[in-house]
Design a protein around this ligand. Structure first.
Ligand code: PEP
Length: 263
């Protein structure tokens, strides 16, 4: 279903009226985690000023440590809905448990499946049945074939509104958090009709890598970029070191203007 063999035209996925697909580079930006109404609103305003047309933000956070901030849950979803109301930005947010899919889908414009759940087949099937577009991160240890098969689980439930997200994979390299696999973009676009975006924040894990990796994403033909932003990254409860601040965002906006998408 997601293969390009029977569907030669590349697809565009619409999220709350915003296109992700060929001919555009969609900027999705926002806080890694929803922490407070004020922090989320400020981050959303920063994102919008930089040209973002979709707001990202996690209310359910899949953390490596069970002692780390796990997200605000439904309170976080309510904050996202309020910020959408105020800014007009449709919301992309992660769901980590199949049982929470109806709840998250009742607030979100797009459901995100994170790297750690990329082969959680019950979750994939549940989001496939939820009637909302899905942002499917590549598993950090998944081959491209496994990533596309994960998408197939979603599509099989009748949902073809899937955007693939390359967010770095595990390699022997330790200088970056994960290794951004830029070749995954043209390869996945050759094999599948689905749009492919890049997450330079979670792949590099460091603020100073986000802009170079964003340039790489655009140069390689990504259909979008998803980045973390935070008004006060030093105080962030999740992934502050990779969050962009205002100066970086104006540079990102400039990069996006200067590099027209490959058609
Ligand atoms: C995220 O985007 O908030 C996230 C946790 O990303 P990943 O699943 O790629 O680590």
């Amino acid at each position: 279903l997601v293969s390009r063999e029977n569907h030669p035209e590349r697809s565009t996925v619409w999220v709350g009226g915003v296109p992700i697909g060929p001919g555009t580079v969609t900027l999705i930006a926002g806080p890694c985690a929803v922490e407070t109404p004020q922090q989320t609103l400020e981050a959303a305003k920063m994102a919008k000023a930089a040209g973002a047309t979709l707001l990202r933000g996690g209310a359910f956070k899949p953390r490596t440590s069970p002692y780390a901030f796990q997200g605000l849950g439904e309170d976080g979803l309510r904050i996202l809905a309020d910020v959408r109301e105020e800014t007009g930005l449709p919301v992309v947010t992660e769901v980590v448990d199949a049982h929470d899919v109806p709840l998250v889908a009742s607030y979100a414009d797009m459901l995100q499946v994170g790297t750690r759940n990329a082969q959680n087949f019950a979750l994939l099937q549940a989001v496939g049945a939820a009637g909302k577009p899905v942002l499917l991160k590549r598993g950090m240890s998944s081959t491209i074939e496994e990533w596309l098969m994960a998408a197939e689980y979603i599509a099989q439930r009748g949902n073809l509104d899937i955007v693939l997200c390359e967010r770095g994979i595990r390699t022997f390299e330790t200088a970056t958090r994960n290794t951004l696999d830029v070749s995954a973009v043209p390869v996945a676009q050759r094999l599948s009709h689905l749009p492919v975006v890049i997450d330079p924040s979670h792949s590099g894990g460091q603020r100073d890598l986000v802009l170079p990796l964003s340039r790489a994403a655009i140069a390689v033909g990504a259909d979008g970029i998803i980045v973390d932003v935070h008004p006060q990254p030093d105080q962030a409860l999740c992934d502050g070191p990779q969050a962009l601040v205002n100066d970086d965002l104006s540079e990102l906006a400039r990069i996006m203007r200067e590099f027209p998408p490959l058609l």
